[in-house]
Design a protein around this ligand. Structure first.
Ligand code: ADP
Ligand code: MG
Length: 717
C-alpha cells in the first residue's frame, strides 16, 4: 500500500468531495453522504443510523424546529415563555445552594435591565469562565423565576471584545439528531447538500397533473426554504407548519403514505390465512373465570374479531380503546380462538416492561385453563433462549409474548395463526409485515390484531390506517372511580411531598414523574436521580425507587417488579413509565412540569393510576406563571378523563392556531405531515394516490422509498 492516507480505496473520482455531483449528471439519490466534506466513517455511520445514506436523504431530513437568532432582543423587551437571543454583561455570578445547587449568573445591559442565567449542571471551568465583566450572548426560553426573569441552561457564548460575532442571516434550523452529531455539523452538512441541490434538483415524483392544481412551490423551493427560512419568516408560522413549503412536502408525504397503504391492502387481498373458527370451548372457560362481565362495546369488538378470524383471508384490524378500556381481555379471547383451532398466537409489545405486563395478565387468566404463555425477551440468552425457541418451534408453546425479539430470524413458529401487536405506533409498518412472514404455514399469512390507545378521531383513523379495519371500545368498564386531577404550583412542593407521605403511610403507593427539563435524555435522567435523592431525604422511612431510560432493562425491570409487589412505596420515574405499568395499589401520581408535555402523553401517564378501587389523584406540579395556553391545556386534563375528548379539545385549540408539539401526536410518525393540521390535504392525497397507482406505477416505488423506505431503522423501541 503506497499511501496509507488514501487506503479507503475510493475508485470513482466523481465520488470525492467537493467535486461530488458537479461533473456528473447523477441524481442526488446516487451521491453517497460520505462523499461530503467532513464526513468520515464515524459521521457516516451516525447518519446511517438515521437512515441517511445519500445527499437526497440529507435534504429530506428536515428541521424539527427553528430558532430566531437573526436579531438580539434587548433585555428590556424579553417576554416569559419566548425563546430569545440576548446579549449582556455579567454583573455577578456564584454558586447557590438552594433546594438544588445551581450556578447563578446575573446579566445586565446598559439600560439596567437584568436576567438570571441558571445552571444545575455545570463544570468548574464553566463556573470560572462566567465571571463578572465578561460579555455573553445566550439563547434560551425566558422563564419567571422566584426573584427575576431567568433562563435555565441557555446556550451561550462568551464574546471576545475584538470580534463582534455575526448575527445569523436566516432562521436557525434545529435538526432531529443522534448522539455524536451536533447542530453545527447538521448545518454544515445541509449547507453542502443545498449547494449540490442548486445544480441538480431532486427528482420530481408527482406529475404536473396532480401538482399544478394545488399551486404549491416546487420541491426544490420547498426544501431550500425549510432548511434555511429567510429573515422575516414568522417563527410562529414555521412552528405551526403553516407555510406553503410545508404543505408541498406534507402533501407528497401523505401521498406516499396512502400509496403504500393501498399497495399493502391490495397485496393482503391476494394472501390466504388459516380459518380460525374455533369451537368456543376455551373462550367459554375464560369468560366463566373472569371476575367481571365484558361491556357491551367489548362484546361488539370481540364479535367483529371473531368473524374476521373465521375467514380465509388475513384479518388486519386495529383495536382502538382508551387507556384502561380493557383491550387485553379482548386480545386474550382472540388468542384462545386461534388455540381452539390448533394454531399458535403471538403478542408483541414495544418494550420489555409492557411485554412482561401482558405476560403477567395472560398467565393469570390462561394459567387457570392450563395454558402457560411463554415469554421471549432480548435478555433471554443461551439455554434459556434455546428452550423457549424449541417450545415455540414445536408448538408446545401455544401463546408467545415478547418484544421485537420475536422478529429475529431464529424465532420460528410451528403454526402461527394470530399476531397481536400492542401500541402499534412504536412499530413500523415493515415490522408488522415481518411478523406476518413468520406464520400461516401452508395456509398463508397469520391474522393480525393491532391494539392502540392513541385517541384519534374515527374519520382520521380510517385514513391513517387505510390498510386496516377498525374496532373501537368506547368508554371504560363500569365501577372505576374517576381520577381527580389538580394543578398545583411548584411553590407548594412541600405540601405535595407531605401528601405523598400520607398516602404511603396509609398503605398506598405513588409515582413521581420527572419530565424533560431540556431536550436531553441524559439531563432528564439526572433530574430524576436528583429528585429521587431529595425525596428519599425528605421522606424518611419510605422506600423510594427510581426508573429511567438509561438504566439497563434488567435493572429497570427489577425496580418495576419491586414496585408492583409493594416492596417500594414511591417510584420516581421519567416518562418511561408511560406504558406498561399496572399497579392497582398506586393511587397518587405527581407530574412535574406538566406544561412541557403533550396532552396525549399526560393522559397516558395519568392512566397509570386509577386502576384500583380507591379514589386516585393526579397532581400537576407546574412552574408559575403559566401562559394562557398552558393554563387552558392543563384545564383540559383536569376536567376530562376521556382520551377521545382530550384529543378533540386539543385539536380545537390547535385549530385556533396554537402550538402543541405537533410531532408528538398522531400515531404514525410522519416526518413533516401532521394529520390533524393537514386534514384538508388528506382527501386530495387519497385521490392523488389512486391516480398514481393507475397512471404512473413507475413512480410508486421511488415515492415510497423516499418517504417510508427507511422506516425499519426507526422501528423498535
Ligand atoms: P387497556 O385497554 O389499557 O390495555 P387493560 O386491558 O389493561 O386496559 O384493562 C384494564 C383493567 O380493567 C384490567 O385490570 C382488566 O382486568 C380490567 N377490565 C377489563 N375489562 C373489564 C370489564 N368489562 N369490567 C371490569 N374490569 C375490566
Ligand atoms: Mg394495555
Amino acid at each position: 500500500m503506497p499511501d496509507a492516507g488514501v487506503s479507503d480505496g475510493v475508485s470513482d473520482p466523481a465520488a470525492l468531495a467537493p467535486e461530488a455531483g458537479r461533473s456528473s449528471d447523477r441524481g442526488l439519490d446516487r451521491i453517497p453522504a460520505r462523499t461530503l466534506d467532513r464526513v468520515g466513517p464515524k459521521i457516516a455511520e451516525r447518519l446511517e443510523r438515521l437512515g441517511i445514506r445519500t445527499v437526497q436523504d440529507l435534504l429530506f431530513h428536515l428541521p424539527l424546529r427553528y430558532q430566531d437568532r437573526t436579531r438580539l432582543t434587548p433585555l428590556t423587551e424579553i417576554e416569559v415563555g419566548v425563546e430569545t437571543w440576548v446579549e449582556g454583561e455579567i454583573l455577578e455570578s456564584g454558586i447557590g445552594l438552594g433546594r438544588r445547587r445551581s450556578l447563578k449568573v446575573w446579566v445586565g445591559d446598559a439600560l439596567g435591565a437584568g436576567l438570571l442565567l441558571r445552571f444545575f449542571y455545570f463544570s468548574p471551568q464553566q463556573a470560572a469562565a462566567l465571571k463578572p465583566g465578561e460579555r455573553v450572548r445566550c439563547y434560551g426560553e425566558v422563564r419567571q423565576g422566584p426573584q427575576s426573569l431567568e433562563m435555565v441552561h441557555p446556550e451561550y457564548r462568551l464574546l471576545r471584545a475584538e470580534a463582534d460575532e455575526p448575527i445569523a442571516a436566516c432562521l436557525t434550523p434545529i435538526y432531529p439528531s443522534t448522539e455524536g452529531l451536533q447542530q453545527t455539523s447538521w448545518r454544515g452538512l445541509t449547507d453542502q447538500a443545498l449547494a449540490l441541490m442548486e445544480r441538480t434538483a431532486p427528482a420530481e415524483l408527482l406529475p404536473p397533473e396532480i401538482l399544478d392544481p394545488l399551486g404549491l412551490p416546487t420541491l426544490t423551493e420547498a426544501l431550500a426554504f425549510l432548511h434555511r427560512p429567510p429573515v422575516g419568516t414568522s417563527l410562529q408560522d414555521l412552528t405551526e407548519g403553516r407555510h406553503p413549503a410545508f404543505a408541498r412536502l406534507a402533501f407528497e408525504e401523505l401521498v406516499a403514505h396512502q400509496v403504500s397503504l393501498r399497495r399493502m391492502r391490495l397485496e393482503q387481498r391476494r394472501v390466504s390465512a388459516p380459518v380460525l373458527g374455533g369451537d368456543g370451548g376455551l373462550r367459554e372457560r375464560l369468560r366463566a373465570s373472569l371476575p367481571f362481565r365484558l361491556t357491551a362495546s367489548q362484546e361488539r369488538v370481540v364479535a367483529e374479531i371473531a368473524a374476521d378470524l373465521a375467514q380465509s383471508r388475513p384479518m388486519q384490524r386495529l383495536l382502538q380503546g382508551d387507556v384502561g378500556a380493557g383491550k387485553t381481555v379482548v386480545a386474550a379471547l382472540a388468542a384462545l380462538q386461534a388455540l381452539e383451532s390448533d394454531c399458535q398466537a403471538a403478542l408483541m409489545a414495544p418494550t420489555e416492561l409492557l411485554a412482561e405486563q401482558h405476560h403477567r395478565s395472560l398467565s393469570g387468566w390462561l394459567g387457570a385453563l392450563g395454558l402457560e404463555p411463554v415469554w421471549l425477551a432480548g435478555r433471554h440468552k443461551g439455554r434459556e433462549r434455546d428452550e423457549r425457541l424449541a417450545a415455540i418451534a414445536s408448538g408446545a408453546a401455544p401463546i408467545v409474548v415478547g418484544t421485537h425479539a420475536l422478529l429475529q430470524d431464529d424465532v420460528a413458529f410451528q403454526d402461527l395463526g394470530l399476531v397481536i401487536i400492542d401500541e402499534q405506533h412504536r412499530f413500523g409498518v415493515h415490522q408488522r409485515l415481518k411478523l406476518r412472514e413468520k406464520g400461516g404455514g401452508e395456509d398463508g399469512a397469520p391474522h393480525q390484531l393491532i391494539m392502540t390507545a392513541t385517541p384519534i378521531p374515527r374519520s382520521l383513523a380510517m385514513t391513517l390506517y387505510a390498510d386496516l379495519d377498525l374496532s373501537v371500545i368506547d368508554g371504560l368498564p363500569p365501577g372505576r372511580t374517576p381520577i381527580v386531577t389538580r394543578a398545583v404550583p411548584d411553590t407548594r412542593r412541600d405540601e405535595v411531598i407531605e401528601r405523598v407521605r400520607q398516602a404511603c403511610l396509609a398503605g398506598r403507593q405513588a409515582y413521581w414523574v420527572c419530565t424533560l427539563i431540556e431536550e436531553s435524555e441524559v439531563l432528564e435522567c439526572q433530574a430524576a436521580e436528583d429528585t429521587a435523592r431529595q425525596l428519599s431525604a425528605c421522606l424518611e422511612g419510605l422506600r423510594v425507587g427510581l426508573v429511567h431510560g438509561r438504566l439497563k432493562s434488567q435493572e429497570r425491570d427489577a425496580v418495576m417488579a419491586a414496585f408492583a409487589s409493594g416492596a417500594l412505596d414511591l417510584l420516581v420515574a421519567t416518562t418511561v413509565i408511560e406504558v406498561g405499568v399496572d399497579v392497582p395499589n398506586a393511587s397518587l401520581m405527581i407530574i412535574e412540569n406538566p406544561e412541557r408535555l403533550g396532552l396525549a402523553q399526560l393522559h397516558q401517564l395519568r392512566g397509570r393510576v386509577g386502576r384500583g378501587s380507591v379514589e386516585s389523584h393526579c397532581l400537576l406540579l407546574y412552574h408559575a406563571p403559566l401562559s394562557a395556553i398552558a393554563r387552558e391545556r392543563l384545564g383540559i386534563i383536569r376536567d376530562s378523563t376521556s382520551g377521545f375528548e382530550i384529543a378533540e379539545r386539543d385539536l380545537a385549540i390547535r385549530g385556533a392556531g396554537e402550538v402543541l408539539g405537533t410531532r408528538q401526536t398522531g400515531s404514525i410518525q410522519f416526518r413533516i405531515a401532521d394529520p390533524l393540521r393537514d386534514q384538508p390535504l388528506i382527501a386530495e392525497a387519497q385521490r392523488a394516490a389512486d391516480r398514481l397507482l393507475v397512471g404512473y406505477p413507475e413512480l410508486v416505488t421511488p415515492l415510497i422509498d423516499r418517504w417510508l423506505g427507511e422506516r425499519e431503522h426507526y422501528g423498535g423501541v
